[in-house]
Design a protein around this ligand. Sequence first.
Ligand SMILES: Nc1ncnc2c1ncn2[C@@H]1O[C@H](COP(=O)(O)OP(=O)(O)OP(=O)(O)O)[C@@H](O)[C@H]1O
Ligand SMILES: [Mg+2]
Length: 264
Amino acid sequence: MTDSPRITPVLAIVSGAGSAGKTTTATTLAALLAQDGQRVLLIDLDPQANATTAVGVDPETVTHTAGTVMLREITLAEAIVSTPIEGLSLVPASDLLDQQRILLGTVTGAEQRLKHALRGVEDLADVVILDCQQGVGELFPVAALVAATAALTTTFPSTKELQGLPRTEGIVTDVADAYNPDLALVAVVPCSVPPVGAGRFYAEAIDALQGAYGGLVTPPVRRSVVASRAYDQRTPLPIGASGEPVTEDYRAVLADLRAKGVLA
Ligand SMILES: Nc1ncnc2c1ncn2[C@@H]1O[C@H](COP(=O)(O)OP(=O)(O)OP(=O)(O)O)[C@@H](O)[C@H]1O
Ligand SMILES: [Mg+2]
């Protein structure tokens, strides 16, 4: 009997709403998994390059991105750079992605090219995390969903953000139908959740989230200035603020994703 082939989980972190906690979640989960000894590949698909910055790589130094790979100018392996965090490698982003998106707009099947580039990724990484820009219908988020084994979304517990979730769910379903039948939205992470003392409004929003998405909703991540400071210091939470309650919240999110079978 032969062993079944290893499948590297590819987790796309997407949301229709901006400033919803995607990058904080992507970089924190990536650093937690790297600390656990996994080979983690973080792919930054946002021209804002916040994930690149957050893990300590200067976007000004970036000469190639996932867009360069999708244009088939270099391979995925050639696009990977190391980060200051042991076990965490990165395909960085910069505003080059803006031009590359326009070039890729003329390429038939561009949305499938990240998936093709990730063939054989099990030799490079045990887990891949894709940090996407706001807006699920854009080329790069769609390419991420085509390439992903699972989709995760993040949301702030407030009306506007919650209203965006059905659209995110709809795009995941559309991509699954068209390209990737195994794809599903596997988790909704409530991010930057204010303390109970902030009033019933937020608690009711979490209740509404649980009513609509049930078991997909992970434990909440509290609002904490420590999360913003981690970005300012270009050091993910588990590295620079390991013992902080907000980092513990993310450990609970990771445990929940493991319990759901999303991550190993
Ligand atoms: N738990 C938290 N507590 C306080 N601030 C937070 C928390 N999580 C994220 N933030 C801050 O909220 C802002 C948005 O977070 P983040 O960049 O992770 O969202 P995003 O969804 O990736 O945004 P974009 O759509 O621009 O890519 C950032 O300034 C970040 O530092
Ligand atoms: Mg972001």
